[in-house]
Structures are given as C-alpha cells and as structure tokens.
Design a binder for this molecule. Sequence first.
Ligand code: ZN
Length: 505
Amino acid sequence: MYFKVKPSHRYIKVEAEGVEGNVTFPVWLPGSYILRELERNVVQIEGYRISKNKFNVREKFSYKVYAMSNDQREAVSTSDYLFINGPAVFPFQLFDEEYCVEFSLPEGWKLHTTLKERGGAYCADSYHELADSSFQASPYLKEYEIDEGHSISTIDELNDDLIERVRKVVKDEDKIINSVNHSITSHKYLFYFRFSTLPKGGIEHRDSSSIVASWNADVNSLTTLFAHEYFHRLNVKYLKPKDLELNYEKESYTTLLWFAEGVTDYIAYKSSWTSKAIPISEFLKRIASAIYPLTFNGGEMSLSESSLTTWIKYYRRDENFPNSAVSYYDGGLLMGLLIDLSLFKAGSKIEDIFKEIPREYTFQDLEEVFTGYNVDLTLANRPSREIVEALKDFISVELTDKGKPFLGLIMDGDTVAFVEDGSPADLCGLCPNDKIVSVNGKASDLIAKMDSKELSLTISREGRLKELKLKIGQSPGHKVKISHKDVSKAWAGTDFSFEFDSKVM
Ligand SMILES: [Zn+2]
C-alpha cells in the first residue's frame, strides 16, 4: 500500500492506495499488551464500514485520523510537531507487500524515521516492518549522536550527562547483543525521545524505540529506561516467546512476558550499573522495589499468570492490583537476579546465556538452557513470592517493619488510595476513595501520628458521612531491606545494603 500523509493541527489526513477490497485498522500494537482500538481515531474515510475496524474501499481512498495522543505508542499532530507510531495511523491489506509513506510537510520541517527512502517515500518491506516503525517531524527536530550507530531524535535540549550515560549502556548491551548475532546491530538505531507531562514510558522497535519522560525525571531512571528499550533489540525483537504472535486484531497470549520484559529490565539495570552509568544504589533500589509488591497478597499470583492476564490486569491496573496480582516486570526482574546469581555461583553470568536461547523460545527451551545451573524456572509457574524465598540463598531479605503498628492503608492526601486485604483498615470497613474527614476529632492528616490503640474516624463516602472505628494492628512487613551474603558480595564486588520504604501506613 502507499500512503500520502498530510499532517494538520490535531488531525492527520491520508490519501491511500492499495487494491479494491477491505482494509483493516489494528486493534492493538506490538510492545504494549492492551487492546487500544486504534480505529477509534478514524474520523472520516472514503469507504463502507464492515466492522469496528474494517472498511471496504476503492483502490484509492482517503481518510482522516484524530491525532492528539501524547502516548509514545500512538500519534500526535500539532502545528509544529508530528509523531506517528505506524499502527496508530496506517491500516493494512496483505502483510507481505511493500508499504510506503510519503509526507507533505510544511517548509523547514525535518523528519526522522528508520525506514529506507525509496523515490521520495519511506518504505517497509511488509506491514510488520511498518508497524514496527515510527516517524517524528518538526521544524525543531534535532539529532544527538550517541556514537556511530546510535542517535537520539528529539525536539528538546538534552544534556551531555544523559548522552554519556546512554553511550555507556548501549556499548555494554551491544556486547551481549553481538554475542548472539552481529547482524542485529548492523542497522542504525534511533531513540525517539520527548519530555512530556506524562510519566515515563517507552515502546520498543527493531531499529528504534520511542521514549517519553516527565520533565523532572531523574537521570538515573531515564538512563535505565533507555537501557530497557535498547535491550529489547535483542530480547523481544530478535529472541521472542514462540507464542507471542503478531495478530493485530486480537490479544496474543504468552506465559513468558516475565522473561521478555522482566529479564530485560534486569539486564537494563545491571548493565547501567556495571557500565557505571548509574550507581549501585539505584540497582539495589530497583531490586528492593521489585520485592516490595510481592509482600502483598498479589504475591500469590505466578509470573506466567501475570503474563497471561496482562490484557486485563497489568495494563488495566486498578487500586486493588497489589491485593490480587503481581507485575511480570517486578517478578521477572527478580527471576533475572536469581538466574544471574545462580549462574555466578556456577562460574557464569546471565549475559552469557542469550546466545543459547532459540530465536522463538518456549518455556521448555528456557529450561533446557538453564539445565546444569541449578536454576528452578518452575518458580515462574508458582506463587511469585517463592522467588523471594529462593533469593534468600544469595541475599538477605528483611521486612524491617514487621510487627510494627499498622493500619493497612495507602493515603493520597486525605483520600484512601489503597486498602490491604485483611488489614485493620479492611476489617473496619474502609474503602478506596473514602475521604477521611477527621481522626479522633482532629484533622485527617494526623492519621499517621496517632498512637492510641483505636482511632475514631469520620469519613465521607460518596458524600455521605460515616463513623468508623479503626483498631491499630501489626504490620505483616512491607519495608524491604536487602543486604549481601557471601556469594552476592563476591558477585557485586562489594558489600551492600539497601532499604526500600513502604507507602503503606
Ligand atoms: Zn519493555
């Protein structure tokens, strides 16, 4: 298919050419496990609607999409900026044909993409390649060179410190990637980057990734986000779970997102630390922060279950998530640590095992790779808190607030944000979104400072005032302190200790 793109304020107009018949707009896009219903942005199309995302069209047809998503996985078009992630704007007919995109941009605009230019258009050999590509354009666009093979495309000013850190991790991760296959790094790689009012996030492609981060994101977390997206060049884009299919119209189920995402996050943090792009304290903070959610009831969920349910749980997290589910990023990162420490004990390291993994791997393939290293991968199929127990062979894990006075609440100002199952807050009848009006006749912000055995609360629930008695109990333990044991001291090359504070009162 051939697309002529004319961006305008808030909308993108497209003149398309294919064959007479049906076109399909994607319902989801690779790298993000939620049905985004991208066809929702089509506001005009020359054609007959067949279903929510299919249209019958002539050989040539035009359409218009609303483009005001600041999400790096979708599209935005303003008077001075354009960003398109392929599937957010372009429909498909046959997968295995050429897809070309030609842009009609105002004078003075620059455009960056990793697609090859062919006769004035940017072309992909298949829809999969187009769906794995992005476009960024603006009169303010610039390119920061990281090194010969890697650049950052952005409209913002970046400081040298960040670029130097990204240079270190890219160089370090390239060693792992090249140990698998040199051809993976033979293409030029582009990071599309933009500061935003959104929290930080990224999406991976084969030759690029798109990252947004809040203006006040600290440089350590920014570095590890670049490291995470970059390592997907190997883990997800080259090696991938066999059951992770590219069907753009329905969920693709895999039990292995803990390896694809969580182990990627482990490598991102480890590589950032070992290449001296971040201090060890940031690496330890990430480990402790990954153990923290497993101290809640959600730690009963296995990582394979967490992977399968991402479409309805992780990508649709609600306030009850810690009571009922666990993140495959957190649990998978801990599996990465467990694998790495087990391998270290056997004289190897996690960086060395990727070359043993088949390009399309199953759980059994991974088990075979780890045979002989004394790593129990079936932990991924059991309650994920058992991973923490297994880690205790290598590192000391203490819950320093265990038995301390406890309510089982996370507050957001004067509003209840989270109620832990079975906690005093739960037993007294508090619900998320309850607004605490007063505690023992005093202002609600004193709740953390109360030292009586029982608190008299006045709350507002949907505007109705209620009186509740909250008995202070004992914490099951959520403050995670990790420190070295002999084997992990040797692995880290130093003794270490880190305590991660809990938000639960
Ligand atoms: Zn990822």
